[in-house]
Write a protein that binds this ligand. Structure first.
Ligand code: UDP
Ligand code: MG
Length: 168
């Protein structure tokens, strides 16, 4: 099935300058990149992203990790799209626990477990189609993605938008 999936290069990946390496590894999948941006992650976004893990002993550390408290305050968010995208990306990403992950997978090659027990595994990849949809809609607006992956609706809203200031 042709489907989208969300990828995050987590703050440890950015701090360790792994962006290029991770994108190169991901290009082995031959999938299309249809959205990409750098995000400064708020607590609200981090908690929504990991809502399913609320109550776990590592939850607070995980939130701080995604917010960049331990590395750099940024995440690279990407949407990849193509045949079996979710499985292909999860495969190359490797297991959640970087010590159990295949050493040729991205997490196996670059991840570590902190003394506090958090898996700093350099990237996130959606686990299934329902997660992908929830996560993509959380991280991206429709106009930031170059394919029509989910139905959209036009809504009239009042917004104050920031624009570049025109110099006199
Ligand atoms: N995590 C952790 N310890 C655990 C399980 C998960 O630190 O025992 C962290 C890890 O960074 C992982 C994230 O929580 O990537 C989300 O966990 P999930 O079980 O959804 O794994 P994933 O889908 O990322 O492989
Ligand atoms: Mg998960």
């Amino acid at each position: 099935m042709i489907e989208p999936t969300l990828i995050l290069i987590k703050p440890d990946g950015l701090k360790k300058s792994l962006t290029g390496n991770i994108l190169t590894r991901l290009s082995e999948t031959k999938l299309d990149i249809i959205g990409a941006k750098i995000v400064k992650v708020s607590r609200e976004l981090a908690e929504k992203h990991y809502a399913g893990l609320k109550g776990k002993p590592f939850f607070e550390d995980l939130i701080k990790y995604l917010m960049g408290e331990y590395h750099k305050k940024k995440v690279m968010a990407l949407v990849y799209w193509g045949e079996d995208a979710i499985l292909k990306v999860r495969d190359i990403c490797g297991k959640t626990n970087p010590e159990e992950a295949d050493s040729v997978s991205i997490r196996g090659a670059y991840g570590r477990i902190t003394t506090a027990g958090v898996y700093e595994n350099v990237m996130h990849a959606s686990a299934d189609a329902a997660d992908a949809e929830r996560e993509i809609k959380l991280w991206f607006n429709p106009e930031e993605i170059i394919e029509a992956i989910y139905p959209v609706e036009e809504k009239e809203i009042e917004i104050i938008d920031k624009k570049w200031r025109e110099e006199a």
